[in-house]
Design a protein around this ligand. Structure first.
Ligand code: ZN
Length: 308
């Protein structure tokens, strides 16, 4: 009996809401863009020292609520962006205070945590209550348009390649009538930390891990079962250091893409840049993210603001 068949079609990658939902007259005054540099950990961002991205505002070290892509994106779309982990504060007090920041992001007054009840999902709220056009472009197959993360979006696209933020910019547009919300999940910072110009045959190929990456991809989008028989060998620290350097280089490359983004967005645009989780490069024997309990998998960069 065949339970799963492998097929990949354009329809699987692009979602467009078939009928318009009821939308509010526009109340949001700002376009709002949230950019997730997938797997980008805080200290590699600092080491990359990007000049353009940091024009947005002060760089903060924050902590992701989850250690891998899907729960982390779900969580931030509920409005809980990476947190600052304050001591001696009740969680409810922190949420209340943190949510007030959305007034500045959206350019509205009087928005608070309780306004999101019962759905507790930012895209739906923005669309139905604030009149936003809501769009997502994602790089990681675990966030494909068939997942529950795709709720409340007018359009939602899994990009053709996992590492091309510049291709997302080509598809962005803004209107005078309605403010736009964009979620961009950017994959250059994800393993194997490759920029779009780098030919695939030059990506680091370390026995086992690359295969798992490929299989994971297949498993998620088409149903190919991961072959557990493939033998994994662990990286040497030298290889891990090279991988970390590649993530740093990927951020430097992305800084140039941000320059193009900043030229493209209208004046009233608020942008948040952060990550969904960090990445381990050999600390205490760990590589990557996901089933890892380590500070570095939760430490993420966070910065936001309006350019002008
Ligand atoms: Zn991720």
């Amino acid at each position: 009996m065949v339970l799963f068949t492998k097929k990949k079609s354009t329809e699987e990658k692009i979602y467009r809401r078939p009928e318009p939902l009821k939308t509010a007259a526009p109340k949001g005054r700002n376009n709002y863009i949230i950019i997730i540099l997938d797997s980008c950990r805080y200290d590699t961002f600092v080491a990359a020292n990007p000049r353009t991205i940091t024009k947005l505002g002060e760089l903060e070290k924050r902590y992701s609520y989850a250690s891998w892509t899907a729960p982390s994106h779900y969580n931030l779309l509920t409005g809980l962006l990476p947190h600052s982990s304050p001591a001696q504060v009740y969680a409810s007090e922190y949420y209340k205070k943190d949510f007030l920041k959305f007034n500045e992001r959206f350019g509205v007054d009087g928005f608070e945590f309780k306004n999101l009840v019962p759905q507790m999902y930012i895209p739906s709220f923005m669309r139905e209550k604030l009149g936003y056009t809501t769009r997502a472009m994602v790089s990681m197959p675990v966030l494909n348009p068939h997942t529950p993360v795709n709720t409340g979006f007018d359009s939602y696209k899994l990009m053709d390649s996992h590492n091309n933020m510049a291709a997302m910019l080509d598809e962005m547009s803004f209107s005078e009538e309605r403010p736009s919300f964009y979620l961009l999940n950017v994959g250059e910072t994800h393993y194997p930390y490759a920029t779009p110009e780098e030919p695939e045959n030059e990506w680091p190929r370390i026995h086992g891990v690359h295969g798992v990456f490929k299989h994971l991809d297949d498993h998620v989008v088409g149903g190919k079962i991961v072959d557990d028989s493939e033998e994994l060998s662990f990286f040497t620290q030298k290889q891990l250091n090279e991988l970390k350097d590649r993530q740093i280089e990927a951020i430097r490359y992305l800084d140039g893409v941000f320059e193009k983004l900043f030229d493209l967005v209208p004046q009233n645009t608020y942008i948040t840049v952060t990550s969904d989780h960090g990445e381990l490069f050999g600390e205490q024997g760990y590589f990557g993210h996901g089933p890892i309990m380590h500070d570095k998998v939760f430490e993420v960069p966070f910065l936001e603001g309006k350019l002008r």
